[in-house]
Design a protein around this ligand. Structure first.
Ligand SMILES: Cc1ncc(COP(=O)(O)O)c(C=O)c1O
Length: 435
């Protein structure tokens, strides 16, 4: 398309038939736009709906925009797809008061792993007794503190952990035995750090029972950002088989199966819909006895879509390997999910979303339209003095100048929670929107 076409629209003649009537330009079968374009369209509509530019004008940048409504929407989707399963939100993924209140108002509970998380929940008025304490390794003081606040379900994966419960009244404490099901395909394979292999679990259950510690059931985590139902199906089938064997052997009845987290979100690539994964999970659960309660501990799926990040270009340099833009946030801050998890939320220039201030001038508007269609591969770097602080390389973006804004969706999980204050850079502020 020529520059003229772009400015005033195409004037190319339409094809005419012999009788002079325009030929119907048969449409090629509609092709689905690439993932990045679909995300851009959705983000553009969202940015306009929440008046993103005004929020930045008011609160500055960098800025996290936390949307309470999205927390609720994600929880609703989980409830719709897994209706018989209880939800315990993984607090660690986004321990922000507004999220805690939204999850609590929805009627879901929490999984917690530290005294700090329990403090936060209590400050927000959550009845913490319903929470699951899921850390497989904790101090006796952690256990006692959680017990005194009302928590009765803990997780163990080793004999040394079982021994720590010796001083507590065993009659009202129950444990879940954490099983390991390796999943190297996940972004974070938690079984490489925690869990007892299913073949070795019988000995641990035996030890719990001899220690007069009630085993309420089993828990596992198939790995964060798991993009297929298979790991859950295999883990559920193996755990149910283990339960049957041990119930017979010890004449006990397990009451709880905890499927952990791991539900994925689409960053720079599409992922299967929750419905597809949930179908596989429901099929596998069909073999579970009726009395067995099933819970999930979703973190990323609930928190990632709830936050959008806005950053700003503070410097530009043409280096031997191309153009670099230095932003006011980076991998030691809001983009901490990049080095920690190798996940890459899409990054758009605000101009690509129409989220830049509108110009009154028609020529300037037309020029901006053309510029936003031109893409130059750039490196985006964060604000610290460390060369590790690189957010993206070779990312095609429209030409950017000092002060221009960039926007990333899907930035709620393991971002704000894991950011550091390296180089004295203040935490990225959070503005809360939604009801
Ligand atoms: C015990 C436990 N449950 C749940 C989660 C949440 O996992 P995800 O964010 O993948 O849903 C985690 C994450 O580390 C975890 O350790």
């Amino acid at each position: 398309m020529t520059l003229h076409d772009q400015l005033v629209g195409s004037t190319r003649p339409r094809r005419l038939a012999r009788d002079g009537r325009p030929v119907a330009q048969g449409r090629a079968p509609a092709e689905r736009p690439p993932h990045r374009e679909l995300v851009r369209r959705e983000l553009a509509a969202y940015a306009s709906r929440i008046r993103l530019h005004e929020l930045v004008r008011e609160h500055g940048s960098p800025l996290f925009v936390l949307d309470r409504d999205r927390v609720t929407t994600q929880l609703l989707e989980l409830r719709r797809e897994l209706p018989d399963v209880r939800i315990h939100f993984a607090t660690k993924s986004l321990p922000h008061p507004a999220v805690i209140r939204a999850v609590d108002a929805f009627g879901a509970s929490f999984e917690v792993a530290s005294r700090g998380e329990l403090d936060l929940l209590e400050r927000e008025g959550v009845q913490v007794g319903r929470c699951l304490h899921t850390h497989p390794v904790k101090t006796v003081a952690d256990i006692t503190s959680a017990y005194l606040r009302g928590i009765r379900t803990f997780v163990v994966d080793s004999p040394s952990e079982v021994a720590k419960f010796a001083g507590l009244p065993c009659c009202d404490v129950g444990v879940l035995v954490r099983l390991s099901f390796p999943n190297p395909g996940a972004k974070s394979d938690l079984s490489s750090k925690f869990g007892v292999e299913p073949d070795a679990a019988a000995a641990l259950v035996d030890l719990c029972l001899r220690s007069r510690l009630k085993v309420r059931g089993f828990t596992f985590h198939v790995g964060s950002q798991t993009t297929s139902a298979e790991p859950w199906k295999r883990a559920i089938a193996r755990t149910l088989e283990l339960m049957r064997t041990l119930e017979e052997r010890h004449d006990v009845r397990f009451e709880l199966l905890d499927l952990g987290g791991g539900f994925p979100v689409a960053y720079d690539e599409p992922v299967p819909a929750l419905g597809e994964l949930a179908r596989g999970i429901r099929e596998a659960l069909a073999a579970a006895p009726e009395h067995l309660a099933v819970v999930i501990e979703p973190g990323r799926f609930v928190s990632a879509p709830a936050m959008t990040l806005v950053t700003r270009v503070v410097g530009t340099n043409d280096r031997p390997d191309g153009r670099w833009h230095y932003l006011d946030d980076g991998v030691y801050g809001a983009y901490s999910n990049i080095p920690a998890e190798d996940v890459h939320a899409p990054i758009f220039a605000a101009a690509e979303l129409g989220a830049q201030p509108a110009s009154e001038d028609a020529f300037e508007r037309a020029t901006r339209r053309i510029l936003t269609r031109t893409r130059v591969p750039v490196t985006l770097a964060g604000p610290t003095c460390d060369s590790v602080d690189v957010i993206a390389r070779g990312l095609p973006l429209p030409p950017l100048g000092g002060g221009d804004l960039l926007v990333s969706p899907m930035m709620g999980a393991y971002t704000w929670a894991t950011a550091t204050g390296f180089n004295g850079i203040a935490p990225t502020p959070v503005v809360v929107v939604g009801h």
